[in-house]
Design a protein around this ligand. Sequence first.
Ligand SMILES: [Fe+2]
Ligand SMILES: [Fe+2]
Length: 264
Amino acid sequence: MSESLLMLRLEHRNTSALLNCLEHQLTLIRSGEPMSPRLMTLAIDYFEHFPDQCHHPKEDLIYRVLRQRNPDLAEQLGDLEEDHKRLADTTRELASAFRHPGDSPPLADILERFLACYRGHMDAEETHFFPAALESLTANDWASINFEVFDSDDPLFDHSEEEQFAELRDIINSLDQRESARLQFQQYATRLQSMQSQSDFNQAMEETGRSLRLLRFTDQSWGLDAEGELLFRIPPCSETRAVWCAALFDRGMDAAHGHAPGSA
Ligand SMILES: [Fe+2]
Ligand SMILES: [Fe+2]
């Protein structure tokens, strides 16, 4: 396969990961949780620059060659260059809604439309455009495209620019992971607050498929049992405190095993 096409597919994978980060922000907005302004700012900045500077020019180049080689097939795909301009418009609309909140329509609606447009566009390219190009372009076409993309005096692929965008993608992804961890912790804290009794704890363990059970002994001490094995004893204390000890132990086990807190 052509190096240019490989690179485009890799860029689609990276873009999909960022769209997932934005989808996560959309979920937060829809559920009334605060979004991450920093993540939104960086992601919008990325989408305002990377596609038109690095990604779409390569696709436009391939599309123009495809139109020469197989005009009928290119016609069936629609006008890819126009689609890219529409995506840029949708991105500007998203940026404006984010930077000027309060204007209508609401940010969540625009973000939802942005995600649908981008995903639909990339799906169509993966399903129709790339296979059509592979089918119709000659080895010489791909050699010329690769030269234009990578090696000409003014290449479409600027390595240093790509590295900067890769750094930005990493920052956005790590922000998203931190945000997810924070939310999971919040959900866990909420769950913990709702667990006040031994039966609450044991029921939560059962519902999430865990083997931990909180036991009460006659001397008012407590024990944490896993499949018949007593893991440790909790000195005599109130039922609520024993539940918290057990829940914190459970969370520590989650962290040790790399699970999300509170997940099965
Ligand atoms: Fe595209
Ligand atoms: Fe694309």
